[in-house]
Design a protein around this ligand. Structure first.
Ligand SMILES: Nc1ncnc2c1ncn2[C@@H]1O[C@H](COP(=O)(O)OP(=O)(O)OP(=O)(O)O)[C@@H](O)[C@H]1O
Length: 265
């Protein structure tokens, strides 16, 4: 019996990708994230939900130090990626963001060719030995983002000339090209039509076989469709976190229940 407990504990530790402890975020005097503790599992889709302004995007951005780019923003507490503090001064944020990639609300391809959009990360991080190697990385990333067949004959065409849904999948390919360990997605479907949304949701489900995905979404239906774990934020607090099915069918906190039944938010 003891042995079994040990084995279970070992598996749990291995599956942990990010551990956030007592995280506080301030924008000047605004206390946007209050004492948040959360464990993000590997090879799992975790959804952050909650009313507008509750801090979902702010907390998401702490996970790859995107908040560093905002002067008035201060982050306190600890965020560990595979047990290592990402806010340690020896950590290079550019390297970190290759490991913890990000896809934004509005597709934002660079004003470059489709090929160069995807090759950008591998080039700056020196991931390809030669041109053939780079070609392979680009193809693998575009296939991984389920857009290869649509663009393989026009890799030199500008990325900005693609449809919105294709641009978002191109941005996912760009993030995937550096072989991230975590992919952060901030409302990745909010600018997409239902068909493109369905394609991106299918893709998210495939991506989680390779790494951990964290998605901010305003759509509870989307959270229920794509995620295995859900965190509900309210006024900067992480109110409830657990299996997505439990959060939606059996919420423990009255604030979660009020949100998922549409009474707040
Ligand atoms: N760059 C910023 N400067 C100052 N305050 C900010 C900034 N970004 C966010 N905030 C504040 O931090 C709080 C949390 O905002 P955040 O955007 O993280 O919430 P959210 O839950 O993602 O909202 P939404 O669902 O509307 O995108 C809000 O009070 C917001 O006004």
């Amino acid at each position: 019996m003891n042995d079994m407990r040990l084995t279970e504990r070992k598996v749990d530790t291995k599956e942990m990708k990010i551990q956030a402890r007592k995280v506080q975020v301030y924008y000047g005097d605004t206390h946007a994230i209050k004492d948040v503790d959360v464990d993000i599992l590997d090879k799992t889709v975790t959804a952050f939900i909650g009313p507008s302004g509750c801090g979902k995007s702010t907390f998401l951005r702490t996970l790859n130090r995107m908040n560093d780019t905002i002067d008035i923003c201060k982050v306190k507490g600890e965020i560990l990626l595979d047990g290592e503090d990402i806010y340690d001064r020896r950590v290079d944020p550019v390297q970190l963001r290759a490991k913890v990639g990000m896809v934004f609300q509005k597709p934002n391809p660079f004003p470059k060719s489709i090929y160069d959009n995807v090759a950008y990360g591998p080039r700056i991080h020196g991931l390809a030995k030669n041109k053939a190697d780079l070609d392979e990385i680009v193809e693998r990333a575009l296939r991984g983002a389920a857009i290869w067949n649509e663009v393989k004959d026009r890799l030199q065409a500008p990325g900005t000339g693609l449809s919105g849904g294709q641009q978002q999948r191109l941005c996912i390919a760009r993030a995937v090209a550096t072989s991230p360990e975590v992919l952060l997605m901030d409302e990745p479907c909010s600018a997409l039509d239902p068909i493109a949304t369905g394609q991106v949701e299918e893709l998210i489900d495939e991506l989680r076989t390779q790494f951990s995905v964290v998605i901010v979404t305003h759509s509870m239906q989307q959270a229920a469709r794509v995620s295995q774990r859900t965190a509900f934020f309210h006024l900067g607090n992480l109110v409830e976190y657990g299996e997505t099915g439990d959060i939606f069918t059996n919420p423990k906190d009255p604030r979660t229940e009020a949100y998922i039944t549409g009474r707040i938010g």
